[in-house]
Design a binder for this molecule. Structure first.
Ligand code: PHE
Length: 512
């Protein structure tokens, strides 16, 4: 059997997990999802989602990876063979996300090269928005109007894939070295932006909007759905990524505290980034005499519009800070993107007995091709639709299934006992209740609600055929591929070996 590799020590493992969690999700996705869902109204469900689903699932994923020493399909399939299909769904979710995640990295590259003229195109929110919508993305009117590839974005997409391919192909040691730089530097840069934002006139207006909870919004199910989706995306749980990363640690690894550190580090960083974005929104709101919620349309462009406008207000070295900022965004995104690639590549190499290089190269090639529509003029619209469907349905489903598998099939008490042998924080009754009822309960509730919402009103007013083709279409592809991958037997197939040995063990136990 080929060597799957392992992390050097627990610090590197935690850093890798934090690196995967902290990414574009914190600086790009969190602010626009928060703004879309009422600013301050969003924070309460966000923290509830962190505690009721984020941390428990992170513990489960670490535990599953460590006990099985394998990818999600095997980790779940070893408990009951049928569950391997759900493992594949998680992994394929990672695959799909990475296709558009790298396209956003492509935008970032374009911005990096535009930093030299930042003072002109970002002098106020309106020009910055124009730069995003027209100069960089050239967004078309409808998802079906592809309108040709935007070559600079495609170049950025290719650059991103080449980099993450080279890193993942190089194995875990190379990944570990890269992380030493990509994790700490962004924190410093974001701090600079927060300080700048907070010292602008009008910042307080924005911060009030960000921090004042609007309790009436708590009865709005949409806000809750968005919060759970954001927690999954941001913590990298529900994609098999944390299972894969944990599988590179020895069986005696500490789990609950590592999961708590990862989760809090990640969410603290998002919270911090919120200060930068909302203080700047406050500044422009006051300057232009508008309510904060109307300064920019919210949506996936928010970060790309607001941060540059903030940078343009710096008293000196604007271009330099601009360049550093986009470099930061790239560094943040790179370790998340390679964790996504690693998730898929590890599973494929386990399944087909391929070397790391071969499986990484195949996945990279396919993903790059699938990424092409996301570099077209309709790319932003495609991204918005695919992201919505994959996060709301696929990943929530995986979360529910993981709780049921561990809660009822493996037995959460048995799981907790295993974990507690090496734990710094012990898992007790609260954890068991979470996994039995609370987490799957809230997730099921939000799943059902989202189905209703979907039928009431097309998501964000997109044409229904587009939602069917891109949204439901990507879900169908994931389900079909999951069944195909889980059903096929290949030579050197670790998945089947693990499942068979699990079944044999159970039969032996029965005979005795
Ligand atoms: N958590 C990453 C981010 O916030 C994205 C990601 C999702 C990475 C899922 C791995 C798995 O940017």
């Amino acid at each position: 059997m080929h060597d799957r590799g392992h992390w050097k020590n627990r610090q590197i493992f935690i850093m890798a997990a934090v690196g995967s969690a902290i990414g574009l999700g914190n600086l790009w996705r969190f602010p626009y999802v928060a703004a879309q869902n009422g600013g301050g109204a969003f924070l309460v469900p966000y923290f509830v989602a962190l505690v009721s689903a984020g941390i428990p699932l992170m513990i489960i994923e670490y535990g599953l990876g460590i006990r099985s020493q394998a990818s999600a399909n095997i980790a779940l399939g070893a408990i009951r063979p049928f569950f391997r299909y759900f493992g594949w769904m998680a992994i394929l979710g990672a695959f799909v996300i990475n296709v558009y995640y790298c396209a956003v990295m492509g935008w970032t590259w374009v911005y990096l090269f535009d930093a030299g003229s930042l003072p002109e195109w970002a002098k106020d929110i309106a020009s910055s928005k124009h730069h995003f919508m027209v100069d960089v993305l050239n967004v078309s009117g409808s998802p079906f109007e592809l309108g040709g590839i935007q070559w600079p974005i495609l170049a950025g997409l290719v650059a991103t894939w080449v980099i993450i391919w080279a890193i993942v192909k190089g194995g875990l040691d190379r990944v570990g070295k890269v992380l030493l730089y990509t994790v700490p530097l962004p924190v410093i840069l974001v701090l600079i932006l927060v300080v700048r934002g907070l010292t602008l006139k009008g910042a307080a207006t924005g911060i009030n909007y960000y921090l004042t909870p609007d309790w009436s919004q708590l009865t709005n199910p949409q806000v809750w759905l968005a919060a759970y989706g954001q927690i999954f995306f941001s913590l990298s749980v529900g994609f098999g990524t944390m299972i894969a990363y944990a599988s590179f640690m020895p069986k005696k690894t500490e789990i609950p505290n590592s999961a708590a550190i990862t989760s809090f580090a990640n969410c603290a960083f998002s919270f911090l980034a919120g200060f930068a974005v909302f203080s700047v929104l406050g500044y422009f709101a006051v300057a232009s005499n508008m309510p904060v919620s109307e300064v920019t349309g919210s949506g996936p462009g928010l970060a790309f519009v607001v941060y540059p406008a903030a940078l343009a207000t710096l008293p000196f070295w604007v271009k330099g800070f601009g360049f550093l900022f986009f470099l930061t965004l790239l560094l943040l995104g790179i370790d998340s993107a390679f964790s996504l690639l690693e998730t898929v590549s590890a599973a494929i190499s386990d399944k087909f007995g391929l070397s790391r290089t071969v499986s990484t190269s195949i996945i990279t090639g396919i993903s790059l091709l699938l990424g092409l529509p996301f570099t077209s003029k309709a790319g932003l619209l495609w991204l918005d639709i695919v992201d919505h469907f994959i996060l709301t349905y696929l990943i929530t489903l995986v979360g529910i299934v993981e709780c049921i598998i561990v809660g009822y099939f493996l037995g959460v008490k048995k799981f907790a006992q295993e974990v507690n042998e090496n734990a710094e924080i012990h898992l007790g009754t609260i954890f068991c209740i979470m996994i039995w009822i609370v987490t799957p309960g809230v997730l099921m509730y939000s799943f059902i609600l989202s189905v209703f919402k979907e039928f009431q009103k097309p998501y964000e007013g997109y044409p229904v055929p587009a939602l069917l083709f891109m949204g439901i279409g990507s879900l169908v592809i994931v389900f079909v591929l999951a069944v195909v991958l889980g059903s096929r037997y290949t030579k050197n197939d670790r998945e089947w070996k693990a499942i068979e040995s699990g079944i044999l063990k159970k039969e032996k136990e029965k005979q005795v």
